[in-house]
Ligand binder design. Structure first.
Ligand SMILES: *Cc1c(COP(=O)(O)O)cnc(C)c1O
Length: 423
C-alpha cells in the first residue's frame, strides 16, 4: 500500500494526456460535461434520469427566444440589471493611480450575485413543469436567493440547512420563511452544509418527478457548472460593454473572489478568449493556508470527486473532505467549480489566497475610500487589488467584481473590531 504520509508531500501532477485536454477546453465542457480532466457527472445511477432530463431541457431553453426574453425582463425589472459599473476614483488614487472599476452586484435585489442564478434556474424549473423547488444552504445566502425566486414564480420551496447553521444564521432562516419557504434543519453528520447537501440529494432522488434542485454555485454534476456559469455570465457581458463605453477598451486585469466560483466564472467567462486580459481568482486563506482553517481549495487542495464532480478539493491524507473556514461565510466550501480547476491547470487564470486579516483590511479600505460596505467575500477581491496595485503600471484598468453588499457582515466585523479595542 502506498504511504499516504509521503504521498501528500508530492505535488499533484495531471497525467500528460489530461494536460492536453485542459488547454483545449477554454470554451466549455465536452458533451459529457468534462473540462479536460475535471467536471463530469459522478452521480448514483438513480439520479441519472434527472440529470439527463435537466441537461436536455436546459439545452433547449438556452436557445429559446421566449425563455431568454422572459429571463431578461425579470433581471431588468426585478433584479435591477444592468448593475452599474462604477469607477472608484478615490480608491484608485489611494492605490497609486490605477483605474478601478467596480461591478456593482451589491446593488441587485437581495444584495448579491446569487439571485442571477436562482432566477434562471427557477424559471427553467417552471418551464419544465416542476411545482417544487429544493436547495441546500450553508450561511443562508443561497437559501434566501432561492426562496425569493420561488416566491416570485409561485413555486413551493423547501431549503435544507444544517441545524448548526440554522442557529448561527437565524436571520436568514427568518428571511426564507418570510418568502414562504420551509426550512428543514438537518441533524445528521456535522449538521452543516455538507450534510444539508446530502439530504437535498436524497429528497431529489425521491421527488424528481415534480422537483427541481437549485444548486448555488458552478459546482455539482454536469450540467450545473455550465448552467450556473451561463446564468452568471450576464455580469461579465454587461461589464465588458460598459467598460468599452468608458475606456474604449478591455480591462488589463479582472479580480473576483472564489468560493464555489460562480461570481468569478460569471465575470471571467466573457473575457476568457481575450489573451490581453489578466484574471485572478481570490480564495480565502482564513487563518493561513498552512493551518487547518482556510478555504484555499485551488491553492493547496488536490483533485478528487465531491458532490458529483471532479475538481480540486480540500481533503486529508486519507481523501476525506476537510472542513473549510473563512471569516466570509460564502467562501466556506471545501470544493470549487471544475472549470476553475481547468483554468488553473491551463494557466489562463491565476489563483491566489487572501487571509481573514487582509480581507478585513480590504473591507475597511473600501468603506473609507468610497463609502461602500462590501460583503466580506468581496472584500477578499478588494484586498488582493491593494496587493496587486503595488506592481501594476499607473493607469492600469482593473475590473473588480463586487459580488455582494456587506450589511449582512457588519455585526461580525463590529464584534471583531470591538474585541480589538476599536481597531
Ligand atoms: C456566496 C457568495 C460568494 C461565493 O460564491 P461564489 O459561487 O464563489 O461566487 C461570494 N460573494 C458573495 C457576496 C456571496 O454571497
Amino acid at each position: 500500500m502506498p504511504n499516504p504520509d509521503t504521498e501528500t508531500k508530492t505535488a499533484f501532477r495531471l497525467p500528460p494526456v489530461a494536460e492536453k485536454c485542459v488547454v483545449r477546453t477554454k470554451s466549455g465542457p465536452d458533451r459529457k460535461g468534462h473540462f479536460g480532466y475535471f467536471g463530469g457527472k459522478f452521480v448514483p445511477e438513480i439520479l441519472m434520469p434527472a440529470i439527463t432530463e435537466l441537461e436536455a431541457e436546459y439545452r433547449k431553453a438556452r436557445k429559446d427566444r421566449s425563455f431568454k426574453e422572459e429571463l431578461r425582463e425579470i433581471l431588468r425589472s426585478y433584479v435591477g440589471r444592468p448593475t452599474s459599473l462604477y469607477e472608484a476614483r478615490r480608491l484608485g488614487e489611494r492605490l497609486g493611480g490605477i483605474r478601478v472599476f467596480l461591478k456593482r452586484e451589491d446593488l441587485t435585489h437581495t444584495g448579491a450575485h446569487k439571485i442571477n442564478n436562482t432566477i434562471g434556474q427557477v424559471l427553467l424549473a417552471k418551464r419544465m413543469g416542476k411545482t417544487r423547488i429544493i436547495a441546500e444552504t450553508g450561511a443562508g445566502q443561497h437559501g434566501v436567493a432561492t426562496a425569493t425566486a420561488a416566491a416570485l414564480m409561485d413555486l413551493e420551496c423547501e431549503i435544507y440547512m444544517g441545524r448548526k447553521d440554522t442557529v448561527r444564521q437565524s436571520m436568514n432562516v427568518f428571511r426564507m420563511e418570510l418568502a414562504g419557504a420551509k426550512v428543514i434543519p438537518v441533524d445528521s453528520g456535522t449538521r452543516t452544509l455538507k450534510d444539508a447537501i446530502n439530504e437535498a440529494i436524497r429528497d431529489w432522488v425521491t421527488n424528481v418527478h415534480n422537483t427541481h434542485y437549485v444548486i448555488g454555485s458552478v459546482v455539482g454534476p454536469h450540467p450545473y457548472p455550465v448552467m450556473v456559469r451561463d446564468f452568471q455570465s450576464v455580469i461579465g457581458k454587461e461589464a465588458r460593454s460598459q467598460l468599452k463605453k468608458i475606456t474604449g477598451g478591455l480591462p488589463d486585469l479582472i479580480i473576483a473572489c472564489v468560493g464555489g466560483g460562480s461570481n468569478a466564472m460569471g465575470i471571467f467567462y466573457p473575457f476568457v478568449r481575450d489573451q490581453g486580459v489578466g484574471m485572478v481568482g481570490v480564495e480565502a486563506a482564513g487563518e493561513g493556508v498552512d493551518t487547518d482553517h482556510h478555504s484555499a481549495t485551488l491553492s493547496v487542495g488536490r483533485p478528487g470527486v465531491l458532490h458529483g464532480t471532479m475538481s480540486y478539493l480540500l481533503q486529508d491524507r486519507w481523501g476525506q473532505i476537510k472542513g473549510a473556514h473563512s471569516v466570509a461565510p460564502g467562501l466556506d466550501y471545501p470544493g470549487v467549480g471544475p472549470e476553475h480547476s481547468a483554468l488553473k491547470e491551463s494557466g489562463r487564470v491565476k489563483y491566489v489566497a487572501v487571509d481573514d486579516e487582509q480581507a478585513l483590511a480590504g473591507f475597511k479600505l473600501l468603506c473609507e475610500t468610497e463609502g461602500i460596505i462590501p460583503a466580506l467575500e468581496s472584500a477578499h477581491a478588494v484586498a488582493y487589488l491593494a496587493e496587486a496595485a503595488e506592481i501594476l503600471p499607473k493607469d492600469s484598468a482593473v475590473l473588480v467584481n463586487l459580488s455582494g453588499r456587506g450589511d449582512k457582515d457588519v455585526e461580525t466585523v463590529a464584534e471583531i473590531f470591538r474585541e480589538r479595542g476599536g481597531k
